[in-house]
Design a protein around this ligand. Structure first.
Ligand code: C5P
Length: 258
């Protein structure tokens, strides 16, 4: 019943290279409190379409991805399933919906547990990054196919970063303890790509709190590599990010019109 056409894409296996199936897990169980009151973040509309639908389409746009596992708010799996049924996705892509957990890590683990046999590459993509371009998705898949155990899209930083001694109370001055060399820092995005077995092992072994899946693979002592990220893969976290996301969509619509 909907909406935007799906752009063509993506990496075809090189001659002589076996087809490796890729699944994407989308943790979408967060409440998104920093965005302000309202529906869970993934269900907020962008350009009239829920953020989660944009994120699922962004994965499905890659011809490499044949399964998308959406991890829904624990009490909202039914609602999410109906939502996805109501929006057009490419026929070649299967979609599964599973209930999430209390933390992002737990939600991703539940998504991994639901993966059928036969998928050897797994992408993990935040529902909160609805506008990642297909070329970025493809670059991540390609790097895993080329042998990397874990791949993250990354961008250089515009801001200098300070390490501080956190203040006892919000708003109090915080002593700066270090200034890391900015040229060696990167901001990382999603989708992050993994050999499935590596990611499963990381989730079985690493119990510390981490903010991304590649961080868990680092804890295993394995090398994580970067590929170029994209400015449109930003995370929708605060109200201003919604304004930016609407502007990106408006620009895409304008460009598609020509
Ligand atoms: O909170 P943060 O912005 O880091 O969340 C990143 C992603 O993890 C979001 O897509 C959010 O929906 C998801 N998440 C989840 N389960 C949680 C917390 C966050 O799936 N319990």
């Amino acid at each position: 019943m909907s909406d935007d056409p799906l752009p063509p894409s993506s990496p075809t296996p090189a001659p002589g290279r076996p087809t490796v199936r890729t699944a994407a897990v989308i943790p979408a169980a967060g409440r998104g409190v920093r965005l302000g009151p309202g529906a869970p973040k993934a269900l907020r509309a962008l350009g009239g379409t829920p953020m989660l639908v944009h994120a699922v389409r962004a994965m499905a746009d890659s011809r490499a991805v044949s399964l998308v596992v959406v991890v829904a708010p624990p009490d909202g799996a039914g609602e999410v399933k109906s939502l996805l049924d109501a929006h057009a996705l490419p026929e070649r892509t299967d979609v599964l919906v599973v209930p999430g957990g209390d933390s992002r890590q737990e939600s991703v683990k539940r998504g991994l547990d639901a993966l059928p046999e036969g998928y050897d590459i797994v992408l993990v993509h935040d529902a909160a990054r609805p506008l990642v371009p297909v070329d970025t998705v493809d670059a991540v898949v390609e790097a895993v196919r080329d042998g990397a155990a874990a791949v993250v899209p990354a961008l250089p930083l515009a801001d200098t970063v300070k390490q501080v001694e956190p203040a006892a109370a919000p708003g109090e001055p915080e002593p700066v303890v270090a200034t890391p060399d900015r040229s060696r820092l990167r901001a990382v995005q999603t989708p992050q790509g993994f050999e499935r077995a590596t990611l499963v092992r990381a989730h079985e072994t690493v119990t510390d709190d981490v903010t991304d899946d590649a961080g868990m693979v680092e804890r295993l002592g394995l090398t994580v590599v970067t590929v170029p990220g994209h400015e449109e893969a930003f995370k929708v976290t605060r109200p201003l990010d919604l304004v930016l996301a609407e502007a990106v969509l408006a620009r895409r619509r304008l460009n598609d019109g020509f």
